[in-house]
Structures are given as structure tokens and as C-alpha cells.
Design a protein around this ligand. Structure first.
Ligand code: CP3
Length: 344
């Protein structure tokens, strides 16, 4: 019987350190790639691209073909969940997402209790196409936004620097805000399970705005909903491998890891290395954390920064990544330089 080929990315999440850390980049399918810009131009709008299975699969595979990363992440967005809940969601070129604001209890009372996952069938179809095209060593990552981060966009209707609208709503109207979070928890569990069924090997929960919350609110709105999602997914998929990314909350990762039971955490570039090694990497896999700006800069500074990340974390269970998404202006040659430096 031929043994199924091992996926180094999954092995790290299962607790086995790899001699060369597996690597991928957040936002690896994106505007820094000319082949992405070409497909994006012919797809129409951003959501048209997300919901076109062939084209979404194509842009998911582009960075794998070009760079041979150890994991592909399905091309979609965290805001497809509000869309499946019947909220209006648009992406304006150069402006980012626009949603109909959900900023008072009366509006929350009209929020659907369940997402219509049928509206997300193109995402599942794209996962199946990608699964069929990947070799047996390359992992496929499905994802969702954490309820807190998705709620910040739903409440404000757009991105803000500090997510004040959602923070204010959580203080003023905790019951209405809880209802949004509860709906997002349930929808995210169903959505992640459907992504596993369509061929995802692992899941990442993006909590981009976790770092704006005071510690008690962080536990209530970020940790606890994430814990419920992990529990809900594992109730039906006990072996599901899950990475959490509460960006900007590195100091609170020990409690986050303990409570949520994730298999790994993604860290941004501000995390203090010895603290992470001793209090986090001793228990779960760590993923990160090159500053995306040093990847734009390149040169000797990039080499030093890559070496530093490896020196900090590669002795333990580690997945090399950026501390947040790659920026559109990043030169491709710098990505190649980074990959050579990591893989030797
Ligand atoms: O990582 C990948 O390659 C997979 C695809 C992916 C996208 N968005 C595609 C995308 C993933 C994992 C996301 C997650 C996402 N989306 C997050 C969490 C992670 C993070 O980056 O913080 C958030 C907060 C969003 C919401 C969102 N989507 C914003 C704020 C924007 C506008 C800002 C921007 O970068 O343009 C988007 C649009 C978006 N999502 C783009 C891509 C490739 C750019 C759209 C384009 O190509 O025109």
C-alpha cells in the first residue's frame, strides 16, 4: 500500500517540528502578482472573482506554481459570511469593503439567524478544484474571520483605524452585540465544516482587530467566540487542524491558546520572541512573523530579518509566514530572496 505523502505544514500543526519550516504568506494570492492582476481585471469586481470557482481556484494556485509554497489558502474573503447572512457587501476599488451598517439594536433585531451557505457554494467548488490540482505534499487552508473582526466591519459598514463603532456598540448595547457574535459563531462553524468537506486540510481564523480590545473584552468578544467555533468544528471533525490569529494580542496568547485549544497561532512582528517560545510555542505551533515592510525593502535588511525570525522560532514547531498580509507594492524578487533564505 503506498503511504499517503506527508504534508509538512500539517505535520507541524500535529506537533512535529520540521527541519526546514514549511512556509506560505498571508494574502499570497494578490495584487503584487502580475498574473493575479490579469485574472482580477477579467473577473469584474472582487466578489465576482471570489464567486467564480475556476478563477478563484486559478488565483489560489498562482503563488503555489510560482513559489512552491507548502500551503495554498483558498481565495475568498472574511466578509462572505455577512454576504451569506443577506447583508449588502461591496468592495470599492481603492477604498476597501462597504457594508450596510448594523449599528443599533433595531437593525440587529432584523439580522438573519443563519447564513445561507448555498450562496457560498462557489467557494466550496473552488476548494474542490484546488484540491484536485495540488500535489500531495501541499496543504490547502480554508478560513473565516473571527466573529469580533467580522462584526467590526458589519457594525461600522467599513474599515476604521481603531474599530471604535463596534467597541462602542459592545459597551452600549451588549445584548444586541452578543446577538451578532452568536450568529457569526454559528455561521462560521457551518462554513468551516463545509470547507473541510470540500477539501481543506486546515483552517485559519483571522482576528485582525483583536488587538484593539482591553483584556476583559478580548476574552469576551475574541477568545470565547473563537473557543466556541473550535469546539463546534471539532464536534463534527475531531481532527480538524486550526490556526488562530488574534493580531496585536501576543501578550495574551497563553490564555488564548489555553481557552481555545487551537493547534497553532499566527503572530505579528511585534511579538516578544522569548515570551512566545516559552509560553506559546511550548504548547502549540507558531506561525509568522516577518514584517511585511522589510519584505518591501529587501536587501541586507531582509536577509537579517529572515535570519532573525528563524533564530527566534525555528528550533520549535514553526511555520514561516509574514506577520500580516503581503503588500501590493512588494517586489517579487524579494519574495524569492526570502524563500531562498528560509529553505537554504
Ligand atoms: O490570503 C490570501 O491570499 C487569501 C485571500 C484573503 C483575502 N482576504 C483576499 C483579499 C484572505 C485570507 C482575506 C482575509 C481578510 N479580508 C481579512 C483578515 C486578514 C487581514 O488581512 O487582516 C480582512 C480584515 C479582510 C477584509 C478585507 N478584504 C479588506 C479590509 C479589504 C480591502 C483592503 C485591501 O487589501 O484591498 C479586502 C479586499 C481583499 N481581500 C483583497 C484580497 C486579495 C484585495 C482586493 C483586490 O484584489 O482588489
Amino acid at each position: 500500500m503506498p503511504q499517503p505523502a506527508k504534508k509538512p505544514f500539517i505535520d507541524v500543526l500535529s506537533g512535529q517540528r520540521q527541519p526546514v519550516p514549511p512556509m506560505w504568506m498571508m494574502r499570497q494570492a494578490g495584487r503584487y502578482l502580475p498574473e493575479y492582476r490579469e485574472v482580477r481585471a477579467k473577473a469584474g469586481g472582487f466578489l465576482d472573482l471570489c464567486f467564480n470557482p475556476e478563477l478563484a481556484a486559478e488565483v489560489t494556485l498562482q503563488p503555489i506554481r510560482r513559489f512552491g509554497f507548502d500551503a495554498a489558502i483558498i481565495f475568498s474573503d472574511i466578509l462572505v459570511i455577512p454576504y451569506a447572512l443577506g447583508r449588502a457587501v461591496r468592495f470599492e476599488v481603492g477604498e476597501g469593503p462597504r457594508l450596510e451598517p448594523l449599528d443599533d439594536p433595531a437593525k440587529v433585531a432584523t439580522l438573519a439567524a443563519h447564513a445561507d451557505l448555498g450562496k457560498l457554494q462557489p467557494v466550496f467548488d473552488a476548494l474542490k478544484i484546488v484540491r484536485g490540482a495540488l500535489d500531495s505534499q501541499t496543504a490547502l487552508i480554508g478560513f473565516c474571520g473571527a466573529p469580533w473582526t467580522v462584526a467590526t466591519y458589519m457594525v461600522a459598514g467599513h474599515g476604521t483605524p481603531d474599530q471604535a463603532p463596534a467597541r462602542m456598540m459592545a459597551y452600549r448595547h451588549p445584548d444586541a452585540f452578543s446577538k451578532i457574535i452568536d450568529v457569526l459563531v454559528d455561521s462560521s462553524i457551518e462554513y468551516l465544516l463545509a470547507q473541510l468537506a470540500a477539501g481543506a486540510d486546515a483552517l485559519q481564523i483571522f482576528d485582525t482587530w483583536a488587538g484593539v480590545l482591553p483584556p476583559t473584552e478580548f476574552v469576551r468578544w475574541s477568545v470565547e467566540p473563537t473557543r466556541r467555533i473550535v469546539e463546534g468544528v471539532r464536534a463534527k471533525a475531531p481532527d480538524a487542524k486550526i490556526i488562530g490569529f488574534p493580531r496585536g494580542a501576543a501578550a495574551q496568547l497563553p490564555g488564548y491558546v489555553e481557552a481555545t485549544d487551537v493547534n497553532g497561532v499566527s503572530i505579528d512582528w511585534t511579538a516578544e520572541p522569548s515570551f512566545i517560545r516559552e509560553r506559546v510555542q511550548s504548547r502549540v505551533a507558531v506561525q509568522g512573523n516577518l514584517d511585511p515592510l522589510v519584505l518591501i525593502s529587501g536587501g541586507a535588511a531582509l536577509d537579517r530579518a529572515v535570519d532573525n525570525v528563524l533564530a527566534n522560532f525555528a528550533e520549535g514547531r514553526f511555520i514561516f509566514n509574514l506577520g500580516h498580509g503581503i503588500q501590493p507594492e512588494t517586489p517579487i524578487a524579494h519574495v524569492e530572496q526570502m524563500i531562498r533564505r528560509v529553505r537554504g
